[in-house]
Write a protein that binds this ligand. Structure first.
Ligand code: GAL
Length: 955
């Protein structure tokens, strides 16, 4: 039997492609001409790789009837076909290197003239593709110039000999699936298309080819010197005017310099000039090494406070413009993030320029993941099959050669979740040989055979602590290496919980060099049906739902409370105010910079209101230093709860935030809190129409529930233990930690029944006895509501006594009720954003004001959200509520049951009622959507509890 061969065999060929030039350094500009070929292209979609012949590539072909798409872009986000989301499963049969016959194929056509003055007879030209998913074949003016795979890697072709002054025809055939798809099984949308720039570069005679900027820093040499050497394929001169450097390529110069670090990203402007081209350079001097079991830059150990960044835009997918990339960098810097892992592929190269400029440590990761092979115990994994090794080495080289001149890149990563194998070892060997000035990372190499750093994802806190103490065992090599968490703290939905607990552990052990939160942004797709679409919304055969929405920022880049929590937890300055508010201890937690860029301000609050403020003189402490400073005399007050707040602010505008931007803060423990006191007078009085009157309130005499408090109507007030389960409550199926949502639903906590035992009018109180319990179980919560009044105000004390065998924690414990109207909300307590027991670091105690709508946190998949912590009192809908002790406040225009049932934000429609929860306690959040669950100290055990509120009609 003969095997079928055809003009599309390259699609299933494991080789990286043919016809492309060797990879080389990327640079954003030079004095050589270039022509962007971005813009509108003619487009035709066909259902299979060979459904159409290649006649379209011929000059003169009439594409008049074709559609158009934007390049860069993904055709599935431009009305042609649909995106597919899978986490690790291949969305096609695992039959490497074969791909389905149904292989959406997009033919693209672009016509262009050369700009005036572009001499086609001089030198040459290169056509560069910065990213095409997943396989492309290219023709220029009817000539086939090659084909390539490696979606997020650059490919260049020599095309000078094919160019004409006008009416050039560039034809690109893009296949959604190819052998390359087996190497690109990252947890993300499958999005075919030419999604990064296409550029025609003039290559003058004597122009620059590849060059390698070696710019090291010697911290030991007294004042600190930098050594610069640029190796260039084409000889030339290197000048750095600011440093007085003027040397030939290949020569080195050593001069005093300011080093580059993520905290102090000093770049020197330079120029590489060959006979035919001048390339501007931005040079950062720094030395990365792994010595003494630590990752050191310029001789100092660094602590990574990082994020994993996928490229994402809610309309354009992975086609990002420069402003979107800059928005990411600015947001990161403003939230104290100091490091990025480019999960799981090299980003658009301009992003790395921004990291150099603004200062972020980068782990640059190769475009390689074969996660789906885990389903067959990694059998036939391409990374352990020599036939695929050339493709792996090609990917490694395309990353390293493109990005090697960025000071921000300190670690190369071989890829993600690709198992283990000879191909990975070959990549590591090649990278080590090509660039000894950086470290190599790969999380899958659990013994660190090929890598220079021990890396893990999603370990429990206790395990991280063990590794910090060196009690983890492992190979001899691994035991001598530092640990980073390349992924931790899964930011899916509400959460992640437990960040502060991780950070405390990182900061306690040198061996722990920090981590990278998973992940930066929710990959929601803007969609009028749903607000933001996620997996399954396009009818995918296989999908992983909203697991693709697990970022610290929402799809529109609005920071989620998780990012604010992270910002607080990783703040570069520690501010600790002693118990009696006389001194503050300031610690510079940075690795390099002193505190001279910061100004400090104190303020003093009485009952949440600032009554005094001023600046605080803090010396320019060096990295790692602390100082104890005296606070001023507190302003005189006549009672009330008092508290100090000290903030560290930018003293001047920086490139990433204006003067006054708060980078860190600390608050003292509050003193002399005033609990609401209500002295009961009078008592409940029965009124004729089945009602009971108690002070300002009217109750239903039969049920004992309040109908109104003063002028405010109140509905359905009762004990509540349910919350719309979060992604972390739901948990990941593979987790060993309990999946609380399942347990809770199993017990029936989402359908508790309230049996009325007694409504007692005795003395000054109306006492209502109930038992709250789920069907089918003997356990329950004996709940007593004791209502009193002083004539004007209404007091409620709730006592809860669990009975039965409560083996699960409660989601929440408090009361809920409906108000007919509420808009503005004022409160004294934690804010401005949401907080839960293990996500509470960023909750600042103050007076806050918001609206019911603004209290909602727009998680892409609706779930419990929006609680404000430590609330002393709140005002909404004409009621003032004082709590004893402090309570958690939640208010929304739908019930918890509606929230629980919603799959998208668009499923939630405001009802006429505002549902208010006043919680005595909440269960923590954890990060079990992919990682450890709620730490024991944040679990809400069913235990006897008592809590009180005082209601005042302020309408
Ligand atoms: C990791 C993986 C990421 C992502 C994450 C869960 O295992 O490396 O790509 O899938 O889990 O969101």
């Amino acid at each position: 039997m003969s095997s079928r061969t055809s003009a599309t065999d390259y699609v299933e060929d494991v080789s990286p492609g043919s016809g492309a030039l060797p990879p080389r350094a990327w640079y954003p500009r030079s004095d050589a001409a270039s022509l962007s070929l971005n813009g509108r292209w003619r487009f035709r979609l066909s259902p299979a790789a060979d459904a159409e012949d290649d006649a379209f590539a011929e000059p003169g072909y009439d594409a008049g009837g074709w559609a158009e798409v934007s390049v860069p872009g993904h055709w599935v986000l431009q009305g042609h076909g649909s995106p597919i989301y899978t986490n690790h499963l291949y969305p096609f049969p695992v039959d490497p290197p074969h791909v389905p016959t149904e292989n959406p194929t997009g033919d693209h056509l672009r016509f262009f003239d050369l700009p005036e003055g572009w001499d086609v007879t001089d030198g040459g030209a290169v056509l560069r593709f910065d990213g095409v998913e997943s396989c492309a074949r290219v023709w220029l003016n009817g000539t086939d110039i090659g084909e390539f795979k490696g979606s997020r890697l650059p490919h260049e072709f020599a095309v000078g000999h094919l160019l004409k002054p006008a009416r050039n025809v560039l034809a690109v055939r893009v296949h959604q699936w190819s052998a390359g798809s087996y190497l690109e099984d990252q947890d993300q949308w499958w999005l075919p298309g030419i999604f990064r720039d296409v550029t025609l570069l003039h290559r003058p005679v004597g122009g620059v080819l590849d060059f390698f900027v070696h710019a090291s820093y010697d911290h030991a040499a007294g004042t600190g010197t930098g050594t610069l050497r640029i190796d260039s394929d084409v000889a030339g001169r290197v000048t750095v005017p600011g440093l007085g450097i003027d040397i030939a390529t290949g020569e080195s110069a050593t001069v005093p310099v300011e080093p580059w670090t993520a905290e102090t990203p000093t770049l020197y402007d330079g120029l590489l000039a060959t006979e035919g081209e001048r390339v501007p350079l931005r040079i950062g001097f720094r030395t990365v090494e792994s010595t003494g079991g630590l990752i050191k830059v310029n001789g100092k150990a660094v602590l990574f406070k990082g994020v994993n960044r996928h490229e994402w835009h809610p309309e354009h997918g992975r086609a990002l413009d420069l402003e979107t990339m800059r928005a990411d960098v600015l947001l990161m810097k403003r939230h104290n993030v100091n490091a990025v892992r480019t999960s799981h592929y090299p980003p658009h190269p301009a992003f790395l320029d921004l990291c150099d400029e603004y200062g972020l440590w980068v782990i640059d990761e190769c475009d390689l993941e074969t996660h789906g092979f885990t389903e067959q115990a990694w059998r036939d994994n391409p990374v352990d099959d020599d036939r695929w090794t050339p493709a792996l080495l090609d990917r490694a080289a395309r990353m390293v050669e493109r990005d090697k001149n960025h000071p921000s890149v300190v670690i190369w990563s071989l890829g993600n979740e690709a198992g283990t194998g000879r191909g990975l070892t070959a990549m590591a060997e090649w990278i080590h040989g090509r660039d000894a000035s950086r470290l190599v990372h790969y999380e899958g190499d659990i013994d660190c055979r090929d890598t220079d750093v021990y890396s893990r994802m999603y370990p429990e806190h206790a395990e991280v602590e063990r590794i910090g103490r060196g009690l983890d065992g492992g190979t001899r090599k691994r035991r001598a290496l530092p640990l980073i968490l390349c992924e931790y703290a899964h930011a899916m939905g509400n959460g992640p919980g437990g960040l502060a607990d991780y950070q405390r552990i990182f900061e306690s052990h040198d061996r722990l060099q920090g981590g990278f939160v998973w992940e930066w942004i929710d990959h929601g797709i803007e969609d009028e049906r749903f607000g933001y679409a996620y997996g399954g919304d396009f009818g995918e055969e296989l999908h992983d739902g909203n697991f693709v929405c697990d970022g610290l920022v929402f799809p529109d880049r609005r920071p989620s409370p998780g990012l604010l929590e992270y910002k607080k937890v990783i703040e570069p300055v520690g501010i600790g105010i002693d118990g009696d508010g006389t001194t503050v201890r300031v610690t510079n937690k940075q690795d390099f910079a002193d505190l001279s860029a910061l100004a400090f301000a104190w303020s003093y609050q009485v009952d949440g209101e600032t009554v005094g403020s001023g600046s605080l003189a803090v010396p320019a402490l060096a990295a790692g230093e602390s100082a104890e400073l005296k606070l001023p005399e507190p302003p005189a007050t006549d009672g009330g709860e008092t508290q100090w707040t000290v903030r560290a602010l930018l003293a001047a505008d920086t490139a990433w935030a204006p003067k006054g931007h708060v980078v860190a803060w600390g608050q003292s423990a509050p003193r002399a809190r005033r609990a609401p006191a209500l002295v009961a007078t009078g008592g409940p009085v029965a009124s004729g129409e089945g009602l009971i009157v108690l002070g300002p309130a009217v109750f239903d005499a039969r049920t004992g529930t309040p109908r109104s408090i003063g002028s405010v109507e109140v509905t359905g007030l009762r004990l509540d233990v349910w919350r719309a389960t979060t992604d972390n409550d739901d948990g990941a199926a593979w987790q060993s930690d309990p999946r609380y949502a399942e347990l809770w639903r199993g017990f029936g906590l989402h359908r508790m029944r309230h049996r009325l035992g007694a409504v007692e009018q005795a003395g000054d109180a109306l006492t209502v006895r109930t038992r709250v319990a789920p069907a089918g179980r003997e356990l329950g919560l004996a709940t007593v509501y004791r209502w009193t009044s002083d004539g004007d105000r209404l007091g409620l004390t709730v006592s809860v006594t669990p009975d039965g065998d409560w083996t699960v924690p409660l989601p929440r414990l408090g009361i809920r009720f409906g108000l007919p109207a509420a808009d503005r909300v004022r409160w004294f307590g934690g804010g401005p954003e949401e907080a839960y027991p293990d996500t509470k670091s960023a909750s600042l105690v103050s007076r806050w004001e918001s609206t019911v709508d603004e209290l909602q946190i727009p998680y892409v998949r609706p779930q419990e959200n929006g609680a404000r912590a430590d609330v002393r009192w709140a005002e909404l809908g004409g009621l003032r509520i004082d709590g004893d002790p402090e309570f958690w406040l939640t208010a929304r225009r739908w019930t918890t049951e509606q929230l629980d049932a919603a799959a998208h934000r668009t499923d939630l429609t405001p009802s006429g009622t505002v549902w208010v929860n006043l919680d005595h306690a909440q269960h923590g959040i954890g990060s079990a959507s992919c990682g450890p669950g709620v730490l024991p100290r944040y679990r809400l055990h069913a235990e006897p509890a008592e809590f009180s509120f005082v209601f005042t009609d302020i309408g």
